[in-house]
Every structure is written in C-alpha cells, then in structure tokens.
Write a protein that binds this ligand. Structure first.
Ligand code: KG4
Ligand code: ZN
Length: 304
C-alpha cells in the first residue's frame, strides 16, 4: 500500500518541507528548504522574532512548491508530521498552527515529533540498524549523545555542558569575517593548509573554552584563519572520538550521526577511522530538512 507523508520543519531558521512516498520502497518526492541566512547575517546570529515572521510568509509558498514538485495534491497526503520540540517557540508555533489548519480543512492525521529524534533516526532511511544503537547529534543548537533502545525509547548519555559544536564553528567563523553559518566555509578553508596547532582536547563535551581559545589565537596571536580552521576540526574530532570511546565498551554497537556538523568530511573521516559500525545520512539530510521529520513521523505513527 502506498503512503504519502509530509514533514514540516520550522524549529529554527530554515523553513523546510519534505515529501516521502512509502511503498515497498522509500522515495523522496521533494525536499525543499529556504534558509534565512541573509535575514540574520547582519545580526551575526539568529533573531527569533525575525525567524518566526519569515516562516509565516514562506511556509505556505514552499509547501505548495513541494506538492507541485511531487506531482500530488493535499488530498493524496496520509500524514502530516511536524517538529513539535525543541526549538524557538515562535518558529515552532508557526509550523504547528500551519499543520493544524491543513489537518482540519482536509481531515488528515498529524503527528508532532522531536527534532533531535528525527536527526537521529534519519540514518535508518538508507539502511536498517539494529537496536540498541548510539546517536551522536552534532548541530548548530545541540551536541548530545543518545542511546536508542527502540524507536521511541531513548536516553541521553552525554550533553554539551555549554555551547553546541556548530556554535563553535559559527562564532569562530564570524571572527574570521565568514558568513553565517560558517561550518562549510571553515571546512573549505581548512583544506588549504596541513598545519595543525597543538590544542588541548577538553576532557568533557564542552565547546565554549575552545571558542575563547580560537578567537584569542585569531585576534591576539594573529594566527592564519586556515590554520585555525584546520586545528579546530582536528580538536573537535578528537573530542568526539574520546566521548564515543567512553560509551562503546561494546565494540559492535552501531553509532548513527546526525545534525549539520555531520556534513563535515574531516569529522566524518576521523569518526569512521575509529568506529567500524558508524553511519552518516547523505549530506542534504544532515542539516535541518523536512524529510527527517516525515521519516520520523512514519516510524512513530503506529507506536503508542
Ligand atoms: O542541523 P542544523 O542544520 O541546524 C540545527 O539543528 O542547529 O546545523 C547547522 C549547523 C551550523 O552551525 C553550521 O555551521 C553547521 O551545522 N555545519 C557545518 C557544516 N555544514 C553545516 N559545520 C561544520 N562543517 C560543515 N561542513
Ligand atoms: Zn537540527
């Protein structure tokens, strides 16, 4: 039987709509995203009020575009899945109210999902992974390690004690004059040097000390941005490896990685060198997207 699921993501600054077709296969019919980078660039970070207003204007447009691209109408849709939490309250409410309006008008079931659970489970769209498994969520707003015992039974094993890993990339990038978010540009910059500064790896999952350290090296010691970028990738990779090693006494346990920073090839390679059963979503499903919300809705729909 064919099932069409729409996923709507408005938890932060990206307005995303993804459409999945589930038969005996899984097919992505559309995966659209409008980022608000230009709206927030002059503030150097996300302004919640600006983000919410932008979702109001853009969501209905991108929703219709996603339907058109998928060559379906709202009457073909079997489930509307949306991000319920965590995120910016105003932005989340825009997504939720939009979905509730559609559900009332068209009599379609809805399901609110956890954004971090969706980042974690999206790796399973490509390959089945046996429970229990670990999930490393590395994004602009979150840095957490979860253990999934089943699809909806999970516990948090570790969490950053201060900033998220993506914030480290973005804040250091801002001091280099890079546009927000800076992760991709830092990765590109790092490729132009082989020099790595000896930086002490924090003992716990923490990024704020590193942020201060790198900004000081940049502004006071006038270190080259490329060397900073390369050293930053190296030290955070080592920190993630150390944290994962603490929780992988069972060497066969699988690890999935999700969130925007999982798109970083250097980090991906170092994690792959250290852990054999480690899985990453494809690049466009690492950063925020509607498909991960649709997929999470699909997995949770018939679970109590
Ligand atoms: O998952 P995401 O799209 O949004 C949140 O849920 O936060 O992650 C965005 C974060 C930003 O901090 C961005 O700089 C970072 O992911 N990012 C990267 C790369 N691509 C995106 N960080 C490092 N290397 C990348 N290639
Ligand atoms: Zn995210």
């Amino acid at each position: 039987m064919k099932k069409i699921i729409i996923g709507i993501e408005t938890s932060c600054d990206d307005t995303c709509v993804g459409i999945l077709e589930i038969t005996d296969k899984i097919k992505i019919l559309s995966n659209l995203k409008i980022n608000q980078n230009n709206l927030h660039a002059k503030y150097g970070g996300i302004v919640p009020e600006v983000a919410a207003r932008s979702h109001i204007n853009r969501l209905p447009i991108i929703f219709q575009e996603a339907l058109d691209l998928a060559k379906i109408t709202i009457r073909d849709v079997d489930l509307l899945s949306y991000t319920k939490t965590p995120g910016l309250l105003g932005s989340l409410l825009i997504g939720e109210n939009f979905v509730k309006g559609l559900a009332c008008q068209n009599d379609i079931p809805i399901l609110g999902v956890n954004h971090l659970q969706a980042h974690s489970l999206i790796a399973l769209i490509e390959q089945p992974i046996t429970y229990p498994f670990l999930s490393l969520i590395i994004s602009g707003g979150h840095t957490e390690l979860w253990q999934f015992n089943s699809v909806n039974n999970y516990e948090i094993l570790e969490k950053t004690t201060d900033d998220a890993i993506g914030e480290l990339f973005d804040k250091v990038g801002r001091c280099m004059g890079l546009p927000f978010p800076a992760g991709t540009n830092i990765e590109l910059l790092a490729q132009s040097t082989k020099v790595i500064l000896p930086i002490t790896v924090p003992k716990t999952l923490s990024f704020s000390g590193l942020k201060t350290k790198f900004i000081r090296l940049l502004e006071e010691d006038k270190q080259e941005p490329a060397i900073i970028a390369n050293s930053l990738q190296k030290v955070v990779s080592q920190l993630l490896v150390n944290v994962l090693k603490k929780h992988t006494v069972d060497k066969n346990i699988s690890i999935v990685v999700g969130g925007g920073v999982a798109a970083n090839q250097y980090i991906k390679n170092s994690l792959k060198e250290n852990f054999k059963n480690i899985f990453f979503p494809i690049q466009e499903l690492c950063t925020d997207n509607g498909i991960m919300i649709a997929w999470c809705g699909h997995l949770l729909q018939h679970i109590e």
